[in-house]
Design a protein around this ligand. Structure first.
Ligand code: CDP
Length: 242
């Protein structure tokens, strides 16, 4: 527990659990950074975007085309999704089957923002994420974790990077080779469009630490966040009654 006076501790069932929220725009490296930070601190990692992606993938199995999806259709399709523990993280599972490849595919990426704009779907994802976090110290990544899902998180990070650099990294990961400038330009365009579609739900908390990763390596950004987490813990132990 960071501090007995901490409001998070009082609102959570397990008074000893800590939450680190990592938010930011598309492909800013939230998930991979959250994964490594969680590993370094011995926390669990929850990727909230994967739950929105899973709901989108489930809706694709419905008979309706995406333009005609309603909140009811998406929620009915998503009803059989559970977040299953997998090592130190969680994976969305649909009727017992993990579907990582599908949820990262282009069709899901193209349609996920329309699903994420549905208020009932957001409530369902938030409840699913909070339930998974209940018993653990967690690093949760998304877009509204520090503002809506865990407004009392112990540490909030807002991760940003230049859009060209975000596109370059996402393509390098997807293609496993160095992308050409033309490929990066096309991917940048898609990312900027998705940023615009997600603008409403991507909110930097007023007390979040802004980390610009454009010129940082993965290791450097992980180090920086781990150091901030240690500083929070240190501050809490300095101020707790002896
Ligand atoms: O591809 P990227 O890592 O940027 O996104 P993601 O974290 O996999 O999230 C996929 C989509 O879910 C986003 O484009 C948002 O529409 C939505 N999302 C959201 O609205 N709120 C969150 N807390 C997390 C994701």
């Amino acid at each position: 527990m960071i501090s007995s006076n901490d409001p998070v501790s009082r609102t959570r069932k397990h008074a000893s659990s800590n939450v680190i929220a990592i938010d930011g725009p598309a492909a800013s490296g939230k998930s991979s950074t959250a994964h490594w930070v969680a590993e370094r601190l011995g926390y669990r990692h929850i990727d909230s975007g994967a739950v929105y992606r899973a709901a989108t993938a489930a809706a694709m199995h419905s008979k309706q085309v995406p333009d005609l999806w309603t909140e009811e259709i998406v929620l009915a399709s998503a009803a059989s999704i559970v977040l299953r523990e997998r090592g130190d993280s969680f994976e969305p599972v649909l009727q017992g089957v993990a579907f990582e490849e599908l949820i990262r595919g282009l069709d899901v990426t193209h349609n996920v923002s329309r699903v994420a704009r549905m208020p009932g779907v957001r409530m369902w994802v938030n409840d699913t994420v909070r339930a998974a976090a209940e018993d653990y110290d967690v690093v949760v990544d998304g877009r509204d974790i520090g503002t809506v899902v865990f407004p009392n998180a112990d540490l909030k990070i807002f991760l940003v990077a230049d859009s060209w650099e975000r596109a370059r990294r996402r393509l390098t990961q997807r293609l496993s080779r160095r992308p050409s400038d033309a490929e990066i330009a096309a991917e940048t365009e898609l990312l900027v469009q998705r940023d615009a579609r997600d603008a409403m739900q991507t909110v930097q908390a007023s007390d979040a630490v802004l980390v610009d990763t454009t010129y940082l390596t993965q290791e450097e950004q992980v180090e920086r966040i781990v150091a901030l987490a240690h500083a929070v813990t240190q501050r809490a132990s300095d101020t707790s009654p002896r």
